[in-house]
Write a protein that binds this ligand. Sequence first.
Ligand code: ADP
Ligand code: MG
Length: 453
Amino acid sequence: MLAKIELDLSRPNFLTWFQETGIADITNGSATVRVPNAFVKEWLENKYHKIILHAARAIAYDIKSIQYVIAKQEGGTTQNMHDSAARKRRAPQEQAPSLPDDMSSLHDLSINPQTNLNPRYTLDAFIVGSFNELAHAAAQSVIRRPGASYNPLFIYGGVGLGKTHLIQAIGNEILKTNALCKVKYLTSEKFMVEVVEALRTQSMNALKEKYRAMDVLVVDDIQFIARTEKMQEEFFHTFNALYDKNKQIIISSDRPPHAIATLENRLRSRFEGGMIADIGFPDFETRLLILRTKVNARGASLSEEILRHLAERITQNIRELEGAVNRIVVASKVSRAPLTLEDAKRVLASHISAPKKFISPKKIIKAVADFYDIEEGELVHRSRKKDVVRPRQIAMYLMRRELKTSFPAIGEKFGGRDHTTAIHSCAKIVRELEGNSELEEEIRTIREQALSK
Ligand code: ADP
Ligand code: MG
């Protein structure tokens, strides 16, 4: 990995920043890079993040994120990027870096391009408590008899509470018993982008056929679809076509149908005609169980005291529980002694006490302009220079995604363009993002820079 970075950098640069740097851990698509001090950490994060990410992906292609932790190298247990590069040059037969045991399994966890399902979301890994047992039971019933028990199945609940996990697990389980079943998962935003795109290329019929040929259609975060009538209409027709053929439809939302203000009545009554199940907040014991399970799954162990502390602190979001586990487990892996409660609190505090960050159109424009090294003015005016077109599309996309700015308002911001230009720009980026992890990373970086402005 270091050898690859070395190729990309000048020698002094390389030596300055990558000596005493190594991989501490690679788990679940996230690599932890050990750095000797805060200064190097900051520098790598800000300046070499992309290069490091690319190099890391050469080892494990589905690494999505990199964390940097300050730690002294421990005796031989971590892989030193520098050493391994040196070894590479000397002995080609030793080229394969010694990776953590769970690396091989990473390869099984990529998203299935046919179904868009992530195999990580299984029913086995889904912990059940009173907060989600109704939704879980309904899911089981749908798995046993797709299309014949509850149709549609409508799952709703707050952020980070397992909606996506559960609805994808239904798809995965159905495929386990019937590999030929045509299952498709998508978010409602993806659906909308496809519709816009199909309208543009006059391929609406092909799109309709694609979805109508499904046996199981899983649509995540349906609340967004209620924003435009056209989309609701398209979805309504797709819904009916499937429903009439007894094909299973599974929908998630952040709130129940009656609380989605702009949802058309005909869609609402369709949704209410099926099974509606909510996911609430897990109680303390369940949070503990979730924490324990996640820690075990990462091959680590944390003291009871730490687990209870986390379960007390984080009450409303399972994704946050996971995030805390990840950070503390990484810290525990690079530390010599078992973590104390105080250590754990420190790890959490360093994350939580970061000043509240917010994003604004101005910050997005500045970050995009900086990133691509162009003038802000060029970005927002009617310049047709070729190297401005794409950054502008990305800025529009970010404004839409991060701030939910309306398309007409986006067009207005960028030199009084028409709203269809904004729609097409966003659609183009969404389309390109599919399977393009480099672009995804690029946009993630810009977003972070916008946040820090
Ligand atoms: P939502 O879609 O409701 O925002 P997700 O399904 O994305 O939430 O869940 C957030 C994270 O928490 C995911 O990594 C998921 O695997 C995990 N998670 C959620 N619910 C459970 C559960 N009941 N058991 C185990 N992990 C869960
Ligand atoms: Mg979700």
